[in-house]
Design a protein around this ligand. Structure first.
Ligand code: ZN
Length: 213
């Protein structure tokens, strides 16, 4: 599995495209595009690599991670895949926008077409993506683990030398620490971590250096 990172919008969200180089099947994770230039960056990568977008996956339903959901869903004919445990967020997009003083023409709510659960396995070509529930930053936060390619997309649960905030609606600090410890720190130490914001890291490095763990 290959992975491409884009950094979008004023929150600096990492949008990822993960794809199988043999079948050209791909998933867009947390599309954060807010303008034509950012959409063009995604579109040109998809077309120049001849990718077929099979999934649009949200690691969680905070507004900065889903600005581009409707664009991707419409343009590439994907539904939205995410945990429905974040419905308190996906049903309150306008409220989230107000909280961050954003003007947006997004709908008031987004519908999750394909609910994802802990232990689900998605396929791109012959390679699996395992869904890990990592609640705490939000109730429905998930991580996407590609065991054969040894990387995990952690959304806003785990960052390099940091962890996600838990002061937003539905956040829970002790639940987040438990999720990270049980679900992420138990992955092989040489697993690369691709977070929802900021640079990548590894499980080994976070075990050694993350001050929150
Ligand atoms: Zn978030």
């Amino acid at each position: 599995m290959k992975i491409q990172r884009f950094e979008f919008n004023l929150f600096g969200v990492n949008t990822y495209i993960i794809y199988d180089a043999d079948s050209h099947e791909a998933a867009v994770v947390d599309p954060g595009m807010t303008d034509a230039r950012e959409c063009e960056a995604i579109d040109s990568f998809i077309s120049s690599n001849s990718l077929t977008i099979k999934y649009l996956i949200n690691t969680h339903m905070h507004i900065d991670h889903l600005f581009g959901d409707e664009y991707i869903a419409k343009k590439y004919g994907t539904g939205i895949s995410a945990s429905t445990d974040d419905s308190i967020l996906s049903e309150r997009i306008a409220e989230q926008a107000r909280m961050f003083h954003l003007r947006t023409d997004m709908p008031d709510s987004l519908n999750v077409d394909m609910p994802l659960h802990d232990g689900d396995r998605l396929m791109l070509g012959a390679e699996p993506i395992d869904v890990l529930a990592v609640p705490g930053h939000s109730p429905g936060s998930i991580a996407l683990y590609c065991p054969e390619s040894k990387f995990v997309i952690t959304g806003d649960a785990l960052f390099r030398n940091s962890i996600g905030r838990t002061d937003l609606p539905g956040g829970n600090y002790s639940q987040l620490i438990s999720s990270i410890t049980k679900k992420l720190m138990s992955l092989p130490p040489d697993t690369t971590v691709y977070p929802g914001h900021g640079p990548s890291t590894t499980i080994a490095s976070e075990l050694r250096h993350n001050p929150f763990l």
